[in-house]
Design a protein around this ligand. Structure first.
Ligand code: NAD
Length: 423
C-alpha cells in the first residue's frame, strides 16, 4: 500500500476504495504485478489558485485541481467537476477510475480529472466564465490536445467547454478544438455525444441479457435518476419492447406495472424538470423503489445509493451502473451472493467517454461523422469491451467489476513495461 504524504485515505474514502480495488486484482496480474505501485500513485497532481473579480468588485480565491493519474497509454482524459466538496483526494480517485475506464474499453487514453472547489450556483454567469477561463489558463501548463483533454462532469457543460476551448486557443494562438470534448456542435462537438452514456448503458444491458437468456421484449426496468444518463437509457430499453416500471428522481418515485408511457414521461420531464407529479403512474414512497420487481435495475443518479440494506431487498436480475460508484463494497458482495449480475460503472457508463474519443478524432481530422456512424461505432466498441470482460470473469470466476479491473490494469501495466523506465 503506497503511503503518499499529501492524502490520508480511509477504507471508505474515494482514494481508499480505489486502492483496495487495485489490491484485489494483484493476484491476476502475473509478472506485471511488479509495476503495481504505478497504479497507486498519480503521475502528476496540479493544485492551482484561481483568483477572480466578483460582480461586486471584491476578489475571491478558489482552489482548482488537475490530476493526471496515468499517461502510459496516451494523453489524459477525464472531466472537470465544479462542486463545493471537490478536494485533491476525490479528484485523484476520479482520475484513477478514468485510467481504468479508458483502458477497460481500450481507448488510447490515460486517466485524468479536474475540479474546482466552488458552488457554481452562487456565481453569476459572468463570474462563472471568469472562473472557468482563469482555471483553464492555470492548468494550461499541462493540458492540450495531445497531452490531456478535459470534458464535462458534475455542474459543467458544453458552454463551459466552449470557454475552456477559447481560453486555451487564445493562449496558444490557434484554434485548438481538440483540447476539450463535450463542446457545442459548431465548435467541433460530436453528434450523439449527449445521449452516448445512456446508449452505452443500453448496449451493455442488451449483451448482459443475452448471457442471461433474458429477452428485452417485455423486460421490466427500474431506473433511479432520470437525467442525461437514466432517461436516454430508459428510452432505448422502451424502444426494444422493455417496460419502464419505476422511475425515481429528485422530485419523487413513480410506478406502473404495465410500463410507463415514455413519450408522455419525456414531455413531463421537459415541461416540469422532474417526473414526481406524472399522472400516468402511481406515486410511491422513495424507499419503496428498492422493492419494485424488475429484470434490470439502473442506478443512474448519485454514488453510494445501492448500499447493503437495499442490496438485500432488491428484486432484480441485472444491475446496470449508469452512475459512477452507485454500489457500495458491502452491497457488491451481497448482490454477488444473491446471484444478481452487476455490470460495473467502468464499463456500463463508458459510452460517454467513447464518443468523447470520437469527438477528439473528428477534431483532429476535421472530418465529421453522421450520427448513425457514431452510434454504430459506439455499439461495436461497447460490445467488444463487454465480451472481453465477461470472458475474463468466467476464466477467473470473479465478478465483472474485478474482471474489468484485471483487463484494464493489465493493459496499463503492459504499456508501462513496454515503455520502460526513463531514464
Ligand atoms: P443529471 O444531472 O442529468 O441527472 C441526475 C438525475 O439524478 C436527475 O434525474 C436527478 O433528479 C436525479 N437525482 C438527483 N438526486 C437524487 C436523489 N437524491 N434521489 C434520486 N434521484 C436523484 O446527471 P447525469 O449526467 O445523468 O449523471 C448521472 C450519473 O451518471 C452521475 O453519477 C454521473 O457521474 C454519471 N455519469 C454521467 C455521464 C454523462 O455522460 N452524463 C458519463 C458517465 C457517468
Amino acid at each position: 500500500m503506497s503511503n503518499l504524504s499529501y492524502v490520508s485515505p480511509t477504507a471508505d474514502s474515494p482514494w481508499g476504495t480505489y486502492l483496495s480495488q487495485v489490491e484485489s486484482v494483484l493476484p491476476y496480474l502475473g509478472h506485471l504485478a511488479r509495476w503495481a505501485e504505478t497504479l497507486r500513485r498519480p503521475k502528476r497532481a496540479l493544485i492551482v489558485d484561481i483568483p477572480i473579480e466578483l460582480d461586486s468588485g471584491a476578489v475571491a480565491h478558489f482552489e482548482g485541481y488537475r490530476v493526471q493519474h496515468n499517461l502510459s497509454r496516451g494523453p489524459g482524459k477525464g472531466g472537470v467537476r465544479f462542486h463545493p466538496d471537490v478536494n485533491l483526494e476525490e479528484v485523484m480517485a476520479l482520475s484513477a477510475w478514468m485510467t481504468i475506464k479508458n483502458a477497460a474499453v481500450n481507448l488510447p487514453f490515460g486517466g485524468a480529472k479536474g475540479g474546482i472547489r466552488v458552488d457554481p450556483k452562487q456565481l453569476s454567469l459572468k463570474e462563472l466564465e471568469r472562473l472557468t477561463r482563469r482555471y483553464t489558463s492555470e492548468i494550461g501548463l499541462i493540458i492540450g490536445p495531445d497531452k490531456d483533454i478535459p470534458a464535462p462532469d458534475v455542474n459543467t457543460n458544453a458552454q463551459i467547454m466552449a470557454w475552456m476551448m477559447d481560453t486555451y486557443s487564445m493562449n496558444v494562438g490557434s484554434s485548438a478544438t481538440g483540447v476539450v470534448t463535450g463542446k457545442p456542435i459548431p465548435l467541433g462537438g460530436s453528434l450523439g455525444r449527449v445521449k452516448a452514456t445512456g446508449r452505452g448503458v443500453f448496449v451493455v444491458g442488451r449483451e448482459a441479457a443475452r448471457r442471461k437468456n433474458l429477452s428485452l421484449d417485455g423486460a421490466r426496468i427500474a431506473v433511479q435518476g432520470f437525467g442525461n444518463v437514466g432517461s436516454a437509457a430508459a428510452e432505448l430499453f422502451a424502444g426494444s419492447g422493455g417496460k419502464i416500471v419505476a422511475v425515481q428522481d429528485h422530485t419523487g418515485t413513480i410506478y406502473n406495472a404495465h410500463g410507463l408511457d415514455m413519450a408522455l414521461l419525456m414531455a413531463e420531464l421537459h415541461e416540469k424538470g422532474g417526473i414526481g407529479a406524472f399522472k400516468g403512474a402511481d406515486r410511491i414512497a422513495n424507499e419503496d423503489f428498492w422493492d419494485v420487481e424488475s429484470d434490470f435495475l439502473i442506478p443512474a443518479a448519485l454514488e453510494g445509493q445501492l448500499q447493503g440494506a437495499r442490496a438485500k431487498r432488491v428484486k432484480t436480475r441485472i444491475v446496470l451502473e449508469g452512475a459512477n460508484g452507485p454500489t457500495t463494497n458491502e452491497a457488491d458482495h451481497i448482490l454477488a451472493d444473491r446471484g444478481i449480475l452487476v455490470v460495473p460503472d467502468v464499463i456500463a457508463n463508458a459510452g460517454g467517454v467513447t464518443v468523447s474519443y470520437f469527438e477528439w478524432v473528428q477534431d483532429f481530422s476535421s472530418f465529421f461523422w453522421t450520427e448513425d456512424e457514431i452510434n454504430l461505432r459506439l455499439d461495436k466498441i461497447m460490445v467488444e469491451a463487454f465480451r472481453r470482460i465477461l470472458d475474463v470473469a468466467e476464466q477467473h470466476h470473479v465478478p465483472l467489476r474485478t474482471a474489468a479491473f484485471v483487463v484494464a490494469c493489465t493493459r496499463v501495466l503492459q504499456a508501462r513495461e513496454e515503455r520502460g523506465l526513463y531514464p
